[in-house]
Design a protein around this ligand. Structure first.
Ligand code: PEP
Ligand code: MG
Length: 588
């Protein structure tokens, strides 16, 4: 080892955006998304049949994807260009490739992706070695299709992160929501990314998994080396590369202090969310997966105010079936009954592209202003109806509420409800039970919906304000762009006025309003939002204790005064400071 290599690397302190609370320290794992790594493990005898079926299914799904791509390419570029993909379809039908993979599996009994990868690599190498341009290109076709098949088998690239061998701090340029959701909590000590902001979906997932995270570090992933040590301070948004002994000692103390504070909040978390002047308030949970009922109960939330169902789709290599969705929704509703579970229909697109269904979501210049959520569902009634039927069926087994994301106004709400009525009629005809009084609401996250809240209220049983999107659209700040993250201001007067307007219109129509964006889980805003008149807050479960603590230590009359003062002010930082002081005094 040279002298330069053996001498310790100097400590380097970098400031990013605090995304998920907590302190973590450990060796880094630099996560590179581009090349797919294929794990290898032995398959037990009982699962041999299922392993072959998984392979066949992946080939079918890949074939469908390629065919859909061909249709798109033909439409957009022409027939000749679409023919390029003929070669891909031929690879998928290549009996030699398929039977060799199965032979490899019968011999090695290794997982099918490892067998397929081995055989495909042999083919690619053989074609690429041939001194003929046409045949060399065929090697490229096999490589492309093989990556696609592997991505389907692996449920996209997330598996690489889910198979983190040791405890590591994950450092990446960016991680996708499906990567985040597949993370192994016991192995991922912390997450640090170059891009992203507090409300990017991967960060929201990290928060619910209680993984400390700092984002927006620009080019950290290019600066670090595998094996470097990193300290992540998810409270202050600081990361320290190769920290010294004295830094580690200081952070040890901070960690103990934070732990004591968190324990104090947790101790009071079983008590009711009642203000000092006797007003009972409602704190619900946001969940991403149907198996999170234990988390909801652990943090004593009043049921679920937002279930982001898209993670069911993101975690799967094909669209989940009606029965699979029904089972997931029913499990959550039954586990939490009689507390309500608010199921939000599919919100794919934006920063949640779905790898296995890439053909349905063409690349866009402005994904957040594009083909996502209800826009996609109303354009793909086959996909939408499967989900609505599953939700309706599950509604017979607990207290389920249904809501639509990204509704822009009354017409869209009506169109969605027409589809819902069709599903209800189908189920009645089939003699399948569902809750005839199912309450149906909408997210309010587009300014046009906010401005027409009076019209929308006539079509809805409740509103849920999605501040993550509402703020990005009101202020024209891309919620995942780290360069402008500092301009993303929840206390901008326009945001407060818009929330007040929604609340006033909802109450005029006698319906309730919840806030389920990240603003709802920030204790700085608990009193402000309740003071404006919001009826319920819904947040990542680990954030419930701090909100409850504030509620139990505030008077509703003071929260109302705070809201009145804030609404009369003209500066976002000043409003923020006022709210922060209010919260700090109550959290003491
Ligand atoms: C929101 O926009 O505030 C919201 C809760 O929805 P999502 O974060 O899933 O877009
Ligand atoms: Mg949203």
């Amino acid at each position: 080892m040279s002298e330069a290599e053996s001498s310790p690397r100097p400590e380097l302190v970098l400031q990013g955006v605090a995304a998920s609370h907590g302190i973590a320290y450990g060796q880094i794992f630099v996560y590179v998304q581009s090349d797919l790594e294929v794990p290898e493990y032995q398959v037990e005898e009982a699962a041999w049949g299922a392993e072959i079926a998984r392979f066949e299914q992946a080939l079918v799904v890949t074939r469908q994807q390629v065919q859909k791509i061909m249709v798109e390419v033909e439409k957009n570029l022409g027939e000749e260009e679409a023919r390029i993909f003929d070669a891909h379809l031929l690879v998928l039908e290549d009996q030699a490739l398929i039977s060799e993979t199965i032979r490899d599996f019968e011999k090695s009994r290794a997982n099918i992706e490892a067998c397929f990868d081995r055989v495909a690599q042999r083919y690619i190498a053989a074609f690429e070695a041939i001194d003929d341009e046409y045949l060399r290109e065929r090697g490229g076709d096999i490589r492309d299709v093989a990556q696609r098949v592997l991505a389907n088998l692996l449920g996209h690239t997330g598996l690489r992160l889910s198979k983190l061998a040791d405890k590591r701090i994950v450092v990446a340029n960016d991680i996708s929501p499906s990567d985040a959701v597949s993370l192994d909590r016991s192995a991922a000590l912390g997450i640090v990314t170059d891009s992203g902001s507090k409300t990017s979906h991967a960060v929201i997932v990290a928060r619910s998994m209680k993984i400390p995270a700092v984002v927006g570090l620009r080019d950290l992933s290019a600066m670090v080396q595998q094996g470097d040590q990193l300290l992540v301070d998810g409270y202050e948004g600081v990361v320290i590369l190769n920290p010294t002994e004295s830094t580690l000692f200081r952070y040890g103390q901070i960690q103990r202090q934070k732990h004591t504070q968190e324990q104090r909040l947790m101790d009071a978390n079983r008590l009711p969310a009642v203000t000092l002047d006797g007003v009972q308030l409602t704190l619900r949970a946001n969940v991403e997966k149907s198996d999170e009922s234990a988390l909801v109960k652990e943090y004593n939330a009043d049921g679920v105010g937002l279930y982001r169902t898209e993670y069911l789709y993101l975690g799967s290599s094909s669209m989940p079936t009606e029965d699979e969705q029904y089972a997931a929704y029913r499990a959550l509703a039954e586990a939490l009954a009689p507390a309500p579970v608010t199921i939000r229909t599919l919100d794919l697109g934006g920063d949640k592209p779905i790898a296995s269904q890439a053909h349905l979501f063409p690349k866009e210049q402005n994904p957040f202003l594009g083909y996502r959520a209800i826009r996609f569902c109303l354009d793909h009634l086959d996909v939408f109806k499967i989900q609505l039927r599953a939700v309706l069926r599950a509604s017979a087994h607990g207290t389920i509420l249904l809501m639509y994301p990204m509704v822009s106004g009354r017409d869209e709400m009506r169109r969605a409800n027409v589809v819902l009525d069709e599903c209800k009629a189908e189920l009645r005809a089939e003699g399948i039970a569902f809750d005839e009084n199912l309450r149906v609401g909408t997210m309010i996250e587009i300014p046009s919906a906010a401005m027409t809240a009076d019209l929308l209220a006539q079509e809805c049983d409740f509103f849920s304000i999605g501040t993550n999107d509402l703020i990005q659209y009101l202020l024209a700040i891309d919620r995942v762009n780290d360069r402008i993250a500092h301009l993303y201001e929840p206390t901008h007067p326009s945001v407060l006025r818009t929330i007040r307007h929604i609340v006033v219109e909802a109450h005029r129509a006698r319906i309730k309003v919840s806030v389920c964006g990240e603003m709802a889980g920030d204790p700085i805003f608990t009193a402000l939002l309740f003071g404006i008149g919001v009826d319920e807050l819904s947040m990542t479960p680990p954030l419930v204790p701090a909100a409850r603590y504030i509620v139990r230590n505030m008077r509703m009359t003071d929260a109302k005064k705070l809201a009145q003062m804030a609404l009369a002010m003209d500066s976002a930082p000043a409003i923020h400071a006022l709210c922060a002081q209010f919260a700090e005094e109550r959290l003491k």
